[in-house]
Design a protein around this ligand. Sequence first.
Ligand code: EPU
Length: 439
Amino acid sequence: MEQIVINGANRLKGSVEIEGAKNAALPILAATILTSEGKVNLDNIPPLSDVIIMGKVLEALNIKVEFDKFSKTMSIDATADLNSVAPQELVEKMRASIVVLGPLVARLGYARVAMPGGCAIGSRPIDLHLKGLKQLGIEINQQAGFIEATAKDLHGAEIYLDFPSVGATQNIMMAATLAEGNTVIENVAREPEIVDLANILNKMGAQVSGAGTDTIKIKGVKALHGCEHSVVQDRIEAGTYMVAAAVSKGDVLIEDAMYEHNRPLISKLIEMGVKIEVTDAGIHVVGPEVLQPTDVQTMPHPGFPTDMQAQMTVAQLMSNGTSAMNETVFENRFMHLEELKKMNAKFRIEGNSAILEGPTKFSGAQVSATDLRAAAALVIAGVIADGETRVSRLEYMDRGYYQLVSKFKKLGVDIKRVSIDESGRETLITDITDNSKLA
Ligand code: EPU
């Protein structure tokens, strides 16, 4: 078993570098399936376990993937004849691999992709992905854990999404690039990761406009080709360090962080009394002596991101009064609060809302991550808690945070990662996401 061990209480000080966004890199890797000519050369690819899994999905489709984890570059050659089946054992490991469905069926006319299950944060259906693909003329057959998609007549369509799903927007957008004629998708997701996907698709020769607004228009083309692209910065990783600085009365520069992408979080932090300064070098965050309470509601972008909800609840619990967190995107994303209870958090759940009672004097405890962002929230609580905190189930953290231990250590936190054998003996290990450790 591995654990992160933190000795509190720490005050963060210094500067931190942010990686390319996992949630931009994953659909971009899927988009390379569309390129029947030339290589795709990618930069700023975060060496995370989810990215490695997506690379393996591509390899299973007969795509050549060369990943240099030191330079964070990836070279992808999808020009050979591709396999049409995305294997179950890989799709099972990562729900996000469902975004290969659209590009694969658009390129080959046929695709068979394992059905992704639900996950800890919600049931996560894919009805909106399938509805949109059907409107493009793709026949969908669901059977025995697989989705079979056949495109005899891939054509443009007018599609309205009932909800601005990130994954559905990506899947439909990628399939439509090779459809005959024009596609208009309304009520689409507007996340910066959608804009990054549209940007690379256009470099590949697609004709996509409107990404970042609620309507995307696509003029179908015959084929796409290789290109060069650098992945957008991870606004959620940046936001995680902003909250850590804010709650620890810290003084941290989040290097090159993008104000526009983090506006919903920044406006809430300012309301809580955090000093935020946008400079040429990045976003400078200074945490106050006392945080003020504030109510937050998660929403699709440009609303407050659900991927910052768990971390933000730690700030709300630290604040001087009662705050509410209303989660509207996923149905089951408060599991981290049960773990924070072991560290002294006081709250009650009312439907989709958590009512959080501050100020909390967090005390160290043994806690377990329940999903990726829960892992980050527990580490942040450990940073400010009195005494020792031990966080386990680190496989969640490794999906989305590159070198988290080293980064917090550099900011002055007393933190380490250990492996514990059956006799209870501890061995110090480096971040599993250090270059040398990644498979
Ligand atoms: N939904 C449906 N039907 C669909 C698709 C979605 O009902 O066909 C529902 C979902 O069940 C959920 C809501 O719509 O309740 C939002 O889902 P969305 O499709 O927007 O999310 P996603 O594409 O599955 C991505 C990120 C998530 C992030 C969400 C929301 C990737 C790889 N994942 O998921 O990231 O929380 O958008 O912003 O981009 C994370 O990084 O920790 C993470 C979970």
